[in-house]
Ligand binder design. Structure first.
Ligand code: MG
Length: 252
């Protein structure tokens, strides 16, 4: 069941997602070679709590931290720890927040120092694919129009979209209906409507789309060891068009 959000609920979700955007910015500022992923997690959690919000991922099905941090061939759900960032790494950071009863969720992949041409092209392609997917989130379009736009952009580059993880509705729950695949035929699926809040999140690999889960039970990696990137925004369909809730609003 898809819950349409009222304009009051959308305002609350914008607040939650602005905290997510702020936390991602704090993490970005902290990223450099030699810094541990648990330090990034501390920066993230501190920021969230300073806003009076809760880290949504901490304790979610037993996930131990506020930040999911996934390096290079890690796709999503990496657990922060003592591993230190190195020049040339790409780091996918996913943040979830619970604030005043509503969830916010967004992710970005950041470079550490100079990265390879492939890594750079992967990050740009994934972010561009996210925005092309968001452009399709207009009232009257169909759900799969989003995934179709994502997949088309990604495959044009010779990369693959991960199929086993999908985007999702979001609201009073972190994961609500509908599921939002990053692939599929245009013109299919439910019709998009005003009041839908959607977390759109392409995960893109330079190699095959096959996924393995590490022994920690969480970290998803590419089976072929290829690089992976992840960009996510929470958006609302409002007055027919998508508004990105998790895009940091300029304060000056
Ligand atoms: Mg998400």
């Amino acid at each position: 069941m898809i819950f349409l959000k009222s304009s009051h609920e959308i305002d609350l979700m914008r607040q939650a997602n602005q905290i997510v955007a702020d936390a991602l910015e704090k993490v970005l500022y902290a990223i450099k070679a030699g810094v541990s992923t648990e330090y990034l997690d501390r920066c993230c959690e501190e920021c969230i709590r300073e806003h009076g919000a809760e880290p949504a991922f901490k304790g979610y099905r037993g996930f131990p931290n506020a930040l999911c941090v996934s390096i290079n061939d890690e796709i999503v759900h990496g657990i922060p720890g003592s591993r230190k960032l190195m020049d040339g790494d790409i780091v996918s950071c996913d943040v979830g927040v619970l604030h005043r009863g509503y969830y916010g969720d967004a992710a970005m992949t950041f470079p550490v120092g100079e990265v390879s041409e492939d890594a750079d092209r992967l990050m740009k392609t994934t972010e561009e694919a996210l925005y092309l997917g968001i452009e399709q989130a207009v009232a009257g379009n169909r759900l799969y129009d989003i995934g179709h736009a994502v997949q088309t952009r990604v495959e044009k580059e010779g990369f693959s979209v991960v199929k086993v993880f999908v985007g999702h509705g979001i609201g009073r729950q972190l994961h609500e209906d509908p599921q939002i695949p990053n692939y599929g035929p245009a013109g299919r699926g439910i019709r998009l409507r005003d009041g839908m809040v959607l977390a759109i999140e392409p995960m893109v690999n330079t190699g095959s789309d096959e996924v393995e889960i590490l022994d920690d039970g969480w970290t998803a990696v590419t089976k072929d060891g290829s690089l992976s990137a992840h960009f996510e925004h929470s958006i609302v369909v409002r007055d027919g068009s998508p508004e990105i809730l998790s895009l940091k609003k300029k304060t000056h």
